[in-house]
Design a protein. Structure first.
Lengths: 116, 109
């Protein structure tokens, strides 16, 4: 399977716990994005990387959230001291930017987080 | 501020007829527009896109129209099939994607 993969697919945690999600993009893609989607809404941008550099962060990304892409391949999104309001689907997408790239972003299946 | 809006939460169409999904945007700096389809418990799947320098792009049963003066785009699906039933999101970009709220399309056999 050469698409975007995310792990885990589902995560249930108690309020106050830390959680970490992983995203593996399409291998030749240099850009990796994180989005969050809540019920009845479209995905909302959180942050993105070009290679290993984090180029933009949304104001939605509070200081409890941190994302990394240490080697410019897979990425992790960590949420510390989770709150019930963090319950959402966390989506990862990747794209190829540059002279041979396109604007299309390809999404993974998402990680569904439930904070009890 | 909602920069991309899909004002119809749902649409129901008979199989074989045309489905028209609409989207409005406010930011004239958007240079690329995309439509995604989403089934429950899955990530969005890319359908079709259009550059801001064009007014139409066609791919099989799917056509996207862009009216820059009205800041409006639409997705036409002809003929509609029951398998098209899903949530459709329009998105605009200057880098990151800004999504609308989605329209749930139901195609009845």
């Amino acid at each position: 399977d050469t698409g975007v993969s995310q792990d885990p697919r589902h995560k249930i945690t108690k309020r106050g716990q830390n959680v970490t999600f992983r995203c593996d993009p399409i291998s030749e893609h240099n850009r990796l994005y994180w989005y969050r989607q809540t019920l009845g809404q479209g995905p909302e941008f959180l942050t993105y990387f070009q290679n290993e550099a984090q180029l933009e962060k949304s104001r939605l990304l509070s200081d409890r959230f941190s994302a990394e892409r240490p080697k410019g391949s897979f990425s992790t999104l960590e949420i510390q001291r989770t709150e019930q309001g963090d319950s959402a689907m966390y989506l990862c997408a990747s794209s190829l930017a540059g002279p041979f790239g396109t604007n299309e972003q390809f999404f993974g299946p998402g990680t569904r987080l439930t904070v009890l | 501020d909602q920069q991309v809006k899909q004002n119809s939460p749902s649409l129901s169409v008979q199989e074989g007829r045309i489905s028209i999904l609409n989207c409005d945007y406010t930011n004239s700096m958007f240079d690329y527009f995309l439509w995604y389809k989403k089934y429950p418990a899955e990530g969005p799947t890319f359908l079709i896109s259009i550059s801001s320098i064009k007014d139409k792009n066609e791919d099989g049963r799917f056509t996207v129209f862009l009216n820059k003066s009205a800041k409006h785009l639409s997705l036409h699906i002809v003929p509609s099939q029951p398998g098209d039933s899903a949530v459709y999101f329009c998105a605009a970009t200057t880098g990151k994607l800004i999504f609308g709220q989605g329209t749930t399309l139901q195609v009845k056999p």
